[in-house]
Design a protein around this ligand. Structure first.
Ligand SMILES: *Cc1c(COP(=O)(O)O)cnc(C)c1O
Length: 341
């Protein structure tokens, strides 16, 4: 297979159209067999449920080349089950989890020429998504749905090293108690756009959202979960029903416990105690971990002791271990690495 001539190391995080995508349609209570197709465009009725009432959910994962030249992806079973949870919450039919994984494999195989080579730092971002497709004007779930997966090559998240971020405590809320914060739905992102644009205008990289009920507890950012490292080397991560269950965060918790012999606390984290932590990071598929150096709370600055120059030492160890597992340099726990080619 001849790789596409792309400047892998200088790709950004943007959409590049590739050769193939997967489509399956749901009608009369059943999914069709699905197919890999070439057309990147979708033609839908103007009244489709997705346009009127935002009935749409998505997932995000990556395929990449390991040191020994295999194309793999990381824990796609967890994306499949999380998408099933998202679908149920928005009254959408579940795309069967086994078929989800098969479809991921099929699309990546069909786009193997776009999977960046080992060492480039680039990856193939995989975007499964589903939407209500038939006309819906009274407020109710659609009857017909489309499940699709496209892929796009993306560049290394950190060009020239992972510089710690400055973030702000947001005045906006991301997710209501008993709402939809725990599912991966487009609606959670639409309402976060004003908050992130505002934060960027003020010079901050990200928002730290608090729990909307008491505004005293740390939740997450718009698209990544928090991990904190205590001064005595424990990993602390916020527990809340309105946080999106990050696969990266869950994997880091496992790595901390089983590879690095660290204690882990998954519990409510008060904004008040953040000043006492040694390190802070944001975790998600795109960056694995982005270090946070400074958190600004309405003029009050919390400066993490790990500073603004580089990732904290424990965060770095977590990062190196998880990326080592992903890249095939370290032995992975059973079932974490799915070989595609
Ligand atoms: C996708 C997402 C994350 C990160 O999840 P991963 O599975 O680690 O990529 C965190 N927070 C939100 C709100 C998300 O949508």
């Amino acid at each position: 297979m001849e790789k596409k001539q792309l400047d892998w190391s200088n790709l950004g995080f943007g959409y590049i159209q590739t050769d193939a995508r997967f489509v399956s349609n749901y009608k009369n209570g059943a999914w069709d067999e699905g197919a890999v197709v070439t057309d990147a465009n979708i033609v839908l009725n103007e009244c489709a449920g997705v346009f009127q009432y935002a009935q749409t959910i998505f997932e995000g994962l990556k395929a990449y080349t390991t040191e020994d030249g295999r194309i793999v992806c990381f824990r796609p079973d967890l994306n499949a089950s999380r998408m099933a949870d998202s679908a149920k919450r928005l009254e959408m039919p579940v795309f069967p989890e086994e078929r989800f994984i098969d479809a991921v494999i099929e699309v990546v195989k069909a786009n193997a020429a776009y999977v960046p080579p080992f060492g480039s730092g680039a990856t193939l971002y995989i975007r499964p998504y589903m939407m209500g497709t038939n006309p819906v004007i009274g407020v109710k779930p659609a009857d017909e749905y489309m499940f699709r997966i496209f892929v796009t090559p993306v560049g290394p998240y950190f060009k020239g090293g992972a510089k710690p971020l400055t973030i702000k405590v947001s005045d906006f809320d991301r997710a209501a108690p008993h709402g939809t914060g725990h599912i991966k739905a487009g609606l959670n992102y639409a309402m976060s756009l004003h908050a992130i644009v505002t934060a960027h205008e003020e010079g901050y990289a990200e928002n730290m959202y608090l729990d909307p009920q008491t505004r005293t507890k740390v939740e997450e950012t718009g698209g990544a979960n928090f991990i904190f490292i205590t001064k005595d080397n424990k990993l602390v991560t916020p527990k809340s029903d309105s946080i999106l269950p990050s696969i990266t965060r869950r994997s880091l918790v496992y790595v901390a416990q089983h590879y690095l012999n660290m204690e882990v606390e998954e519990r409510e984290v008060l904004l008040e105690e953040v000043k006492d932590f040694a390190e802070c990071g944001l975790c998600g598929t795109a960056a694995v971990i982005s270090p946070v150096g400074r958190i600004v709370d309405h003029g009050k600055e919390i400066c993490l002791p790990s500073g603004m120059d580089e990732m904290g030492p424990v965060t770095k160890k977590l990062y190196d271990t998880l990326t080592g597992i992903q890249m095939g340099k370290l032995e992975a726990p059973e079932g974490w690495i799915k070989t595609i080619l």
